[in-house]
Ligand binder design. Structure first.
Ligand SMILES: O=P(O)(O)OC[C@H]1O[C@H](O[C@H]2O[C@H](CO)[C@@H](O)[C@H](O)[C@H]2O)[C@H](O)[C@@H](O)[C@@H]1O
Length: 241
C-alpha cells in the first residue's frame, strides 16, 4: 500500500485538498475533510504536514481548529511538529508589488495577494491578461537574482529564490516525527514539482492531482478522488493497526 503507518504525508492545499475557487477567499473546506486530516494525523503519529503557497494568516482560519505542522508561502515560513515557526528573510518585494498594484488598478479582474515574503497576482477573472501579467512581473524582478517567478494556476507569484516546497519537505524529513519515514507528497501544480522530486529522492513518491506533465510517480484525478482515497486508506489503517 502506498500510504502506511510508516509514511510521512505532505499535502498541498489549493487544487489538492480544496477544489479551486474563483478567489482565494472563496475556498470551502468541509468538516468532513478536517476530521479526516485529524484522523490521519493520529494514525501517522503526527507525521502529516501541509505544504502550501498560502500565507499562514490566510489559511489557518480555513482549517481551524486543525493546527498542523505546515510550510507556508512555498516554504518561506515553516512550523515544525514541535510548534517552532521559522521564517526566511523577506526579500525586497517593493518594485514588483508596485507593478502588480498598478496593473490591478488598471484592470478590474486582477487581484493582488501580498504575503509576508511573497506576492501573487491573480488573473483567474481576467484570463486574457495572463501574458501581460507574466511579462510585467517577469520584467519587475529581472534585475534581482534573489527573486523567482512562479507560474501557478491563473496566478503569477514572486517569491524568494532561496525557498521552495522541496527544501521545506527536506527540512521536515530531518526532524521527528517525520524522520525515518517514507515521504509522500500530494500536489496539483507545477509549483509542486520540487516537492515531488524531493520525496522521490528520499525513496518516497509524489502523487499528482489532475492533468499536466509531472515527475510524480502516481496520479489521482481530482481533489474529491484524493479525499476518497485518503478516507479509504484511513479505514484500512484502522483495520490493520
Ligand atoms: O500551494 P497551494 O496550496 O496550492 O497554493 C497555491 C496558491 O493557491 C492560491 O491560489 C490558487 O487557489 C485559489 C483558490 O482556489 C484560486 O482562486 C487561484 O486562481 C489559484 O492560483 C493562493 O491564493 C496562493 O497564495 C497560493 O500560492
Amino acid at each position: 500500500m502506498l500510504l502506511t503507518t510508516r509514511s510521512a504525508l505532505f499535502l498541498d492545499f489549493d487544487g489538492t485538498l480544496a477544489e479551486l475557487a474563483p478567489r482565494p477567499d472563496a475556498v470551502v473546506v468541509t468538516r468532513e475533510l478536517l476530521d479526516l486530516l485529524e484522523r490521519l494525523r493520529e494514525q501517522l503519529d503526527g507525521a502529516l504536514a501541509l505544504v502550501t503557497g498560502r500565507a499562514q494568516a490566510d489559511i489557518e482560519p480555513l482549517i481551524a481548529p486543525l493546527h498542523l505542522p505546515a510550510a507556508f508561502e512555498h516554504g518561506a515560513v515553516r512550523r515544525s511538529a514541535s510548534g517552532i515557526t521559522t521564517r526566511a528573510h523577506s526579500p525586497e518585494l517593493g518594485p514588483a508589488l508596485a507593478v502588480a498594484q498598478a496593473l490591478a488598478a488598471r484592470h478590474s479582474g486582477l487581484l493582488v495577494e501580498h504575503k509576508l515574503t511573497a506576492l501573487a497576482l491573480h488573473f483567474r477573472a481576467a484570463p486574457h491578461l495572463e501574458a501581460e501579467c507574466t511579462a510585467a512581473m517577469s520584467a519587475a524582478i529581472r534585475h534581482d537574482p534573489g527573486l523567482q517567478l512562479l507560474r501557478g494556476k491563473a496566478v503569477v507569484e514572486v517569491k524568494s529564490a532561496s525557498v521552495g516546497k522541496g527544501l521545506a519537505i527536506a527540512a521536515f524529513m530531518a526532524e521527528p516525527p517525520f524522520a525515518g519515514r517514507l515521504p509522500l507528497f500530494v500536489g496539483d501544480d507545477v509549483t509542486d514539482e520540487p516537492g515531488f522530486e524531493t520525496v522521490q529522492r528520499l525513496g518516497g513518491a509524489g502523487i499528482k492531482v489532475g492533468s499536466g506533465d509531472t515527475c510524480a510517480l502516481h496520479r489521482i484525478a481530482h481533489p474529491q478522488a484524493l479525499q476518497r482515497w485518503l478516507s479509504d486508506t484511513a479505514e484500512t489503517l484502522l483495520a490493520t493497526s
